[in-house]
Design a protein around this ligand. Structure first.
Ligand code: ATP
Length: 287
């Protein structure tokens, strides 16, 4: 396992914010951590990154306790924080070149480090801005740079805390391609937090739902949806009049609809319970 989290607990003062969190991740697996504000997602990620000391439980990242990780261990980890706002006067290309140099001693034949600046800029869609000062980038461009900084060392594990906040739809879609490529081609294990359920559904092999410091469900989108046997919604119109019906067996319902109304059935739409429906149900049940 690349990530092992077993019985993780965290308290701030006398307030426990993580209770017995347990999960793991295999090489090349993409995990999405979903949950309401304050659920404990950032705290969990920060413990795995070695930035926060846990109160109890076993945590291993690449076989090492993050609380005791050395520089070699750190060189194999990539991090994209929610936001960081320094380096403003650096030029984009120079900054990546400079940060990349740190990883050179950790280069291996299978993972040549760092990622060459030109290729990296291309991968995150910033080639046109290589010579521009960081402080002049737009919010979305700045975020792409954050991602580039996170992967310049070709990490074996990548932590992404709300990576696509502020991305336009095209940037988001390009970012999704990039993440899929990192996992599939480079075997990078990725743990990301997001409030975008569509993003989680598209990117993650497995989704973990964290609420009030506990993992209340985990699985693929299909498995989570199955957990909450949501009803399908069928919509159609006859003679311009719209209808809708919730049903647990939309196939039979639609067959009967056609048997009764034939070609008069128009604008047919069958909507399966979505990840959003499932997520909201899970989180409300927990509350
Ligand atoms: N440094 C801290 N000191 C005390 N309490 C903290 C600290 N950091 C976080 N908390 C509390 O711990 C809980 C979990 O916070 P955390 O930031 O991990 O949540 P989150 O799931 O990442 O939320 P969001 O979706 O809003 O980013 C919250 O109740 C928060 O107020």
């Amino acid at each position: 396992m690349v990530l092992t989290v077993d019985g993780l607990r965290m308290r701030y003062g006398d307030r426990e914010v993580l209770h017995d969190v347990t999960f793991d991740a295999r090489p090349g697996e993409v995990l999405a951590l979903l949950g309401p504000n304050g659920a404990g997602k950032s705290t969990t990620i920060e413990i795995l990154e070695g930035f926060r000391l846990r109160s109890a439980g076993r945590v291993e990242v690449l076989g090492v306790d993050p609380a005791a990780g050395d520089e070699r261990w750190r060189s194999r980890i990539g991090i994209v924080l929610q936001s960081w706002r320094d380096h403003g006067n650096w030029r984009v290309g120079e900054l990546l070149h400079h940060l990349g140099a740190y990883y050179a001693p950790y280069s291996t034949s299978t993972a040549p480090r760092p990622w060459p600046t030109g290729e990296l800029l291309d991968a995150v869609g910033l080639s046109a801005y290589a010579g521009q000062k960081v402080k002049t980038l737009s919010g979305g461009q700045r975020r792409r740079l954050d991602v580039a900084i996170g992967i310049v060392g070709r990490p074996d594990v990548l932590f992404l805390d709300e990576p696509t906040t502020g991305f336009d739809p095209e940037a988001r879609s390009e970012f999704h391609e990039l993440v899929r490529g990192l996992a599939a081609d480079q075997g990078t294990t990725i743990l990301l937090t997001t409030h975008d359920l569509d993003e989680a559904s598209k990117l993650a092999h497995r989704i973990l739902v964290l609420a009030a410091g506990r993992i209340i469900a985990s699985g693929t989108t299909a498995q989570l949806t199955e957990l909450i046997a949501g009803e399908d919604e069928v919509r159609w119109s006859v003679d311009g009049q719209p209808f809708r019906k919730s049903t647990s067996d939309s196939t039979t319902f639609v067959r009967e609809l056609f048997a009764t109304y034939g070609d008069a059935v128009r604008e047919l739409e069958v909507r399966r319970a979505s990840l959003e429906d499932t997520y909201l149900t899970l989180v409300r049940e927990q509350a």
